[in-house]
Design a protein around this ligand. Structure first.
Ligand code: ATP
Ligand code: MG
Ligand code: MG
Length: 569
């Protein structure tokens, strides 16, 4: 079993359960459906869902859809697909928009308490009044409006009487606060925009901090885990939770009844952790969207994209991602991690689990001239050298084979251990061959090698133990299945493509060789697989049958990662 995780968040959860503060814990994963989830989100998902599962609690998937103009049902579908793929399931699927009625009643309560006011300053004026890190803000001239006037104006905002941007509802906190988030932040804005769930019902929409804090409270979330950039928002989060006090005011939850949602509000605690960032990647949704729209990649699920849909297609497995998240750990230190941590987790996961197969991606033919034309046999290979449970398979062997062109050198460089004219090499699992001649075409290009198979070196024979320098892989030419192979590599050639410097942006650092498509050959047992089956192609790397383009019998493989870290930077 995996060792118990001991990060500071799980420590807090353990203590809260031990002290009886909570009988059961509840978390949530709250993506905004304005793009596809990426590798960074995998960390949040593993944490939110993982903590809930480990402590017998539950986790909601909450779509943070408070920003109507930017959302798309395509993203909503992909988000659900990604969470399930990573191995998690939600207790409830919710939307921030499910709570619009509650948020509205909460806003009215704040106004009545003198904790919120309607402000007529323009966005630009609000910025000007806000002050700066070194300068306190100034009170809005509308801050001292009466409760009656605020109620009147806010209900008219809600009725749709005012144009976009003409008024906001603002919290009345402290314009001199050292924390700018507390300088009378906006709680509601006017936006006459259709919403995918609530249609034209609302001409006003709640701001993120207000909606997020109350969304957590409404769902009875105990531990609201989020990334470090929200640390400075925590005082506002707590202010919203405390001043509204949904748990102590069940009347505010009345709108939930009509929607068949439980009235279970609580008092959540926000805890921040560091974002996951890797070098050689660009992860902001804005840039990923631009890359898709400008066709720098083939779409959100291009295997070179850091989206979960992309890396899934690349051959990343849920267990590799969970392993990576465990290795990275949970802390409060933001850092840019080396991509080898991500790739290493994939290699280790696939090394342990992926069946082995033989494939040739740059074929050179060899003819075993001492075998009869119709020679055919079937050799037994284990599927995995370290996992006998994966069983065995049969590989056809015949007189003509494909080997890798680079496994032969006419003029071998010093230290070359593979095939050369007059030399011997071991054919993986089949015997030892001697190369007699390289046959060339009119242009001097080698078209095939004529070789002799040592009959005393076949599997199980004494002569098979004879020492030869190298072992190479092969496939039987007659039985090989022609395969499209997509050799993927890193999308960017520099470690930090995300830093715009010297007039350059990430677009200037695209790797022109990030995808090379070749035609190769695989043994029959590789061609037959289902989409998304991963293999180690011996000596070549880890490959996966493409999720969309592969069909059993007419294979398409994507290279997930090379066997070793061969990136030279
Ligand atoms: P982006 O800045 O890429 O658009 P976001 O934070 O706006 O990301 P959300 O959809 O709001 O994206 O994220 C949902 C959850 O995932 C949030 O709780 C957020 O903190 C978390 N998350 C997003 N990016 C990362 C990351 N790189 N590492 C860890 N958690 C992340
Ligand atoms: Mg966000
Ligand atoms: Mg964002």
């Amino acid at each position: 079993a995996a060792p118990a995780r001991t990060d500071f968040i799980r420590q807090i959860v353990r203590e809260d359960l031990a002290s009886g503060k909570h009988a059961a814990i509840k978390t949530r994963f709250p993506p905004e459906p304005n793009g596809y989830l990426h590798i960074g989100h995998a960390k949040a998902i593993c944490l939110d869902f993982g903590v809930a599962a480990e402590f017998g609690g539950s986790c909601n998937l909450r779509l943070d859809d408070t920003n109507p103009a930017r959302e798309d049902p395509e993203y909503v579908r992909a988000i659900q697909d990604d969470v399930r793929w990573l191995g998690f399931d939600w207790a409830n699927l919710r939307h921030a928009s499910d709570y619009f009625g509650v948020y509205y009643l909460a806003a009215l309560k704040l106004i009545r308490q003198g904790d919120a006011f309607v402000c007529d300053l323009s966005a630009e004026e609000v910025r000007d009044y806000r002050g700066s890190l070194i300068e306190p803000g100034r009170n809005s001239p509308y801050r001292e409006r009466s409760v009656e006037e605020n109620l009147d104006l806010f209900t008219r905002m809600r009725a749709g009487e005012f144009a976009d941007g003409t008024r906001t509802l603002r919290a009345k906190i402290d314009m001199a606060s050292g924390n700018i988030n507390l300088r009378d932040p906006a709680l509601y804005r006017i936006k006459h925009v259709e919403h995918q769930n609530t249609g034209g019902e609302w001409p006003i929409y709640p701001m993120y901090d207000f909606a997020h804090a109350l969304g957590d409270a409404v769902e009875g979330i105990t531990h609201s885990l989020c990334t470090l950039e929200f640390e400075d928002h925590r005082p506002l989060y707590d202010w919203c939770v405390d001043r509204v006090d949904l748990a102590g005011n069940p009347d505010l939850l009345e709108p939930l009844v009509a929607q068949d949602l439980p009235k279970e509000a609580g008092k959540p605690r926000q805890i921040e952790f560091s974002r996951l960032n890797f070098n050689y990647l660009v992860m902001s949704k804005r840039k990923l969207l631009a890359m898709v729209e400008d066709k720098l990649v083939d779409g959100w699920d291009d295997p070179r994209m850091p989206t979960l849909q992309g890396i899934r297609r690349r051959g990343y497995t849920p267990s590799a991602l969970r392993l990576m998240v465990d290795r990275v750990g949970i802390s409060k230190q933001n850092s840019l991690l080396d991509i080898s941590i991500l790739e290493g987790a994939l290699r280790d996961d696939l090394d342990a689990h992926a069946p082995r197969r033989m494939a040739v991606i740059d074929p050179l033919k060899i003819v075993l001239t001492n075998l009869p034309d119709d020679h055919e046999e079937s050799l037994t290979f284990s599927n995995h050298p370290k996992d006998p449970d994966q069983g065995e398979r049969r590989i056809p062997f015949s007189r003509e084979l494909w080997i890798e062109r680079e496994d032969f050198e006419e003029v071998p460089p010093p230290g070359f251990k593979r095939l050369t004219v007059g030399g011997d090499v071991r054919l993986r699992g089949a015997g030892i061959l001697h190369c007699d001649a390289a046959i060339k075409d009119a242009d001097g290009r080698i078209i095939e090698l004529h070789c002799t198979l040592d009959p005393e070196s076949r599997p199980g024979m004494e002569g098979a133990n004879r020492k030869v320098k190298g072992t190479i892989h092969w496939v039987s030419a007659k039985h090989a299945v022609t395969t499209e192979i997509r050799l993927y590599d890193r999308l960017f050639i520099v470690p930090n493509p995300d830093i715009d410097e010297g007039g350059k942006t990430y677009r200037d650092y695209l790797n022109p060789a990030s995808r090379k498509v070749v035609t190769g050959y695989v043994e029959p047992a590789a061609a037959d697989c289902a989409p998304e089956q991963g293999f180690q192609f011996e000596r070549l790397g880890y490959f996966v049958a493409d999720r969309y383009d592969h069909v059993a019998g007419t294979p398409v493989f994507n290279r997930s990662v090379t066997l070793r870290d061969t990136w030279a930077s």
